[in-house]
Design a protein around this ligand. Structure first.
Ligand code: NCD
Ligand code: ZN
Ligand code: ZN
Length: 348
């Protein structure tokens, strides 16, 4: 078994944070090595809300990735209370925007400009439904009295179900799901073909206890926060099922080491260097390597109405240890998820 290899169609990453400037330059090439396309999150400061800002950002990403790499950034528009349906529809028609990202205000990193009341963006959602443009949601309620571990499950009841009811053909992706509740709900809507969910590598391998193992581990803090073991197991079962509604989205979210190892550490895990290897290991452990290609390379493009990549990638079963940090040109180290561990698969 030691020299086993696995070749699949080149995968895509349907949820990525590239940031900007020195951080963008340091992290984007790692995603471009592993993935053919990536849905790029718009939570910059200020957020990406116009067609112009998105096409300029796209150019900066391509410059960071460099010549000769076949990688396509797919841009998203950050939804605010003031969003204009015309601008969003124009960006979609021009092929600049692939989707709209809905952050409830205050839910996560750089979500301050997010939506304060869903009714305010109903005209935009109406237009998106009309033109077939997907809505990507960070699915957590923001009510500060709601326990952090309950925020995703409550979002389904309070926000997601009403959106799906009021917009019966709108395509929606519940991003980075972390609970059995989300798995069950997404599965219950499978027949509609219009509700998808991304699953990160970290939520497949850590639970909430890991965050506190031997002391507090800020590098395992992300939002939505990792949940109990029963939820991790449900996510593994869903990802490895091969079912069309579940697909790969790393939510790679780099923060400099000082921002993570701090009195008030930021949420986000940088997984771009090791994501595909960790996913592969999960599928191997679950005896489901035959389902990896569906999850990583087929289900996502099918949901977004795109063709799967023609190229392939090969992974080899071999032990290796990832480097601990990627360092930006400004000298900021970013911790690599999976470093300090031995991984069993490597992209060749
Ligand atoms: C993301 C970030 O840092 O931008 N953080 C995270 O913990 N996932 C934001 C997000 O995806 O919610
Ligand atoms: Zn999010
Ligand atoms: Zn994210």
């Amino acid at each position: 078994m030691t020299d086993m290899t696995l070749t699949i169609r080149r995968p895509d990453d349907w949820h990525v944070h590239f940031r900007d400037g020195a951080m963008l330059k340091a992290v984007a090439p790692h995603t471009a090595v592993q993935f053919g396309r990536a849905i790029v999150m718009p939570n910059l400061v200020p957020p990406v809300t116009t067609v112009k800002a998105a096409s300029d950002y796209r150019e900066r990403i391509l410059a960071a990735v460099g010549e000769g790499v076949s990688f396509q950034p797919l841009m998203t528009c950050y939804l605010t209370d003031q969003a204009e349906a015309d601008e969003i529809a124009l960006g979609f028609e021009q092929g600049v925007f692939s989707a709209v990202k809905f952050y409830p205000a205050g839910a996560t990193t750089n979500s301050d400009s997010g939506v304060t009341d869903i009714k305010k963006v109903y005209p935009v959602l109406e237009r998106m439904q009309e033109i077939g443009m997907p809505l990507l949601v960070h699915g957590e309620v923001t009510d500060p009295t709601t326990d952090i571990f309950d925020r995703e499950a409550l979002y389904i009841e309070r926000v997601l179900k009403p959106i799906l009811n009021d917009f019966p053909t709108l395509k929606v992706v519940m991003e980075h799901i972390t609970t059995k509740d989300a798995v069950d709900f997404v599965r219950s809507q499978a027949d509609s073909g219009r509700l998808g969910a991304t699953i990160t590598p970290h939520h497949l391998v850590i639970n909430r206890t890991d965050i506190f193992k031997g002391g507090i581990n800020p590098h395992l803090y992300c939002l939505p926060i990792a949940k109990r073991e029963v939820h991790r197991l449900a996510l593994r079962e869903a990802a490895t099922s091969g079912e069309a509604q579940f697909f790969l989205g790393t939510d790679t979210a780099p923060h400099a080491r000082h921002a993570k190892e701090s009195g008030c550490g930021c949420a986000g895990i940088f997984s771009a260097m090791t994501a595909l290897e960790i996913y592969t290991q999960v599928f191997d452990d679950e005896g489901a390597l035959d389902k990896l290609e569906a999850f990583a390379s087929l289900n996502g493009p099918a949901f977004y109405g795109m063709a799967p990549n023609e190229e392939t990638v090969t992974l080899k079963r071999t032990d290796w240890s990832p480097q601990e940090f990627v360092t930006t040109e400004d000298g900021d180290p970013v911790r690599v998820f999976g470093s300090g561990e031995t991984l069993a698969w490597k992209l060749v």
